[in-house]
Design a protein around this ligand. Structure first.
Ligand code: PHE
Length: 343
């Protein structure tokens, strides 16, 4: 029994003398295994207790418990002490310099064409129009024939486009949407249709084989040219400012009668003449007219009861004027240095 008591005392001593050397949580864990583990020193001593008498056992047991709780308690204290040190050490190493400049995330912005399309559509939405859409790949029938441009009509030349088959093509204007809307709805009709259009034009500073238009169509009883002019005046003032004027020039479109081209007083010089308007004082931005009675009747709308006006706004022209862009190609090149200017 004495031997066992001595072993316990020496275990306690050994443990106590090893404490100052603990410098990491790993050291503490290693000591726990060494002294208290299944194959540890204290366990080895307790294993021989079987050979003791009934009187000796409680005495040795008490001693052993004392040593065990001393070791456990010391380990726990040491562990929390070292863990706190390690944590503060880690924090010191991971110090964040909050004064460093941040990393800017790249945010996109709407393309100038999209900005102008949204702005124009919003103006007409405010006037009670609805947005309509139509296909870019269109039948010859809708793109031309039902707009009174039969095959071989000379007016097709100015709108020559890309053909997929003899009867399927890329629409050269948004006007086919007029027919598509009228054949499925009854007046009153009040729509704008923004979209891409295609023409067999060579790319230069003012032409692109792909560009955008916004078609407008109003059909109701008693719709007159006066309504068309009033609506376009309002549109021009909202988009370019209150002092903006419009000017109508007679023109010919097969699907409107009468037809006109509409100029807007130059936003650069208010009509005096400058670089933007090439000294004209006016800038052409759209074509318009009263929907031809044959186009109405072709869509099942009685021209004796109803009349309507239509217009087609050139988006690129409007955007170039608005932002002072002098080459249409800039709008399609996706050069970030260019696009960033329109945030
Ligand atoms: N579609 C014509 C063009 O592309 C514009 C237009 C639209 C004219 C509606 C009259 C009515 O030039």
């Amino acid at each position: 029994m004495r031997e066992i008591i001595q072993s316990l005392a020496s275990i306690k001593e050994q443990f106590a003398s090893s404490i100052p050397a603990f410098s990491s949580t790993a050291d503490v864990e290693a000591a726990r295994v060494r002294f208290l583990g299944k194959k540890g020193e204290l366990t080895a001593v307790l294993r021989v207790m079987g050979g003791l008498t009934a009187e000796q056992r409680p005495i040795v047991g008490q001693q052993a418990n004392e040593v065990r709780s001393f070791i456990e308690q010391s380990l726990a204290e040491k562990l929390s002490e070292i863990a706190a040190l390690e944590a503060s050490d880690r924090l010191k190493k991971q110090k964040i310099d909050v004064t460093l400049p941040g990393i800017m995330s790249q945010t996109g912005s709407r393309h100038p064409l999209t900005q102008v399309i949204d702005e124009i559509c919003n103006i007409f939405l405010g006037l009670g129009y609805q947005i309509a859409e139509g296909p870019e790949v269109e039948f010859d029938e809708y793109a031309f024939e039902r707009l009174r441009l039969p095959k071989g009509h000379p007016a097709r030349d100015t709108q020559d486009t890309f053909y997929i088959t003899d009867n399927i093509l890329l629409r050269p204007q948004t006007s086919p949407v007029q027919v598509r809307v009228m054949e499925v709805s009854k007046p009153p009709i009040k729509i704008v249709c923004p979209g891409k259009v295609y023409r067999a034009d060579t790319l230069d500073s003012t032409h692109s084989p792909i560009f955008h238009q916004i078609e407008g169509l109003v059909v109701d009883t008693n719709v007159t040219m006066g309504d068309l002019i009033g609506s376009l005046q309002l549109f021009a003032k909202k988009l370019f400012g209150d002092s903006t004027d419009i000017r109508l020039r007679p023109h010919h479109f097969p699907f409107t009668e009468p037809s006109c081209e509409v100029d807007i007083s130059c936003w650069g010089c208010a009509g005096k003449g400058c670089r933007i308007c090439k000294n004209e004082g006016w800038i052409e931005v759209l074509g318009a007219g009263m929907v031809h009675p044959e186009v109405l009747s072709g869509c099942g709308i009685d021209p004796e009861v109803y009349s309507g006006f239509a217009f087609g706004i050139g988006v690129e022209r409007t955007a170039m004027g608005r932002f002072g862009i002098d080459d249409i190609r800039l709008l399609y090149e996706n050069d970030m240095r260019f696009l960033r200017q329109f945030r």
